[in-house]
Design a protein around this ligand. Structure first.
Ligand code: MTE
Ligand code: MO
Length: 192
């Protein structure tokens, strides 16, 4: 029956959609500023005890993982079954000690977002460079973005330049403007 294949019924019955989300088949671009012009890409991972930096070649030489998962934007769209490839944050933090419980990701262009370290480690977050088998497009954060799919997509900083651990949960860009410090889509942690 035609009526049961419509948007509203799909939204009601699809158990993969968190509350208040609708299914998006395209891939909207949401950027708070212009796409930065990155001349020489370098990634820095820093704690209070040490720092690692990776050139593009260093980064690609690390163990790569394929991630098949859903993504959820706080503006209410979700995409199901997306495919990404990149490096786990566990790999990037390997060998760095920290007592800190929080982290701030910062991007080329100045965007920042904060999150508990627990949400970055333990196989939950990556820095990805490939989407659906293609190099990540510039407007989606290419050449590489943070990817934290279990949280709302604003935590997935595009054009990521570095991740720094912090003793306190200092707000990033959207968090400072009233968005939730954590952002779990299943708990609808949209605003603070
Ligand atoms: N550097 C940077 N990263 C960012 C943003 C941004 O404005 N700048 N927007 C965030 C928000 S609010 C969302 S929903 C997603 C959007 O990613 P997309 O444009 O690839 O869909 O990127 C997040 N990462
Ligand atoms: Mo967003």
């Amino acid at each position: 029956m035609v009526g049961f294949t419509g948007f509203a019924s799909r939204r009601r019955i699809d158990p993969a959609l968190p509350p208040g989300q609708y299914l998006e088949r395209g891939f909207p671009v949401l950027s708070a500023g212009p796409t930065p012009n990155i001349k020489r890409w370098e990634l820095q991972i820093a704690t209070e005890t040490g720092q690692r930096s990776f050139s593009w070649d260093d980064f690609l030489a690390l163990p790569q993982e394929d991630v098949d998962t859903d993504i959820h934007c706080v503006t209410s769209w979700s995409k199901l079954g997306t495919h990404w490839r990149g490096v786990s944050l566990d790999t990037l933090f390997d060998g760095l000690e920290t007592q800190h419980r929080f982290a701030l990701a910062r991007s080329y262009g100045g965007y920042t977002t904060n999150l508990p370290l627990d949400d970055l480690l333990g196989g939950k977050a990556w820095i990805v460079h490939t989407f659906e088998g293609q190099p990540l497009a510039d407007d989606h954060g290419g050449p590489a973005r943070l990817f934290v799919p279990h949280l709302y997509f604003w935590k997935s900083a595009k054009w990521v330049q570095g991740i720094q651990t912090m003793p306190q949960n200092t707000p990033g860009f959207w968090e400072g403007l009233g968005y939730h410090e954590h952002g779990d889509p299943w708990k609808e942690e949209r605003y603070s």
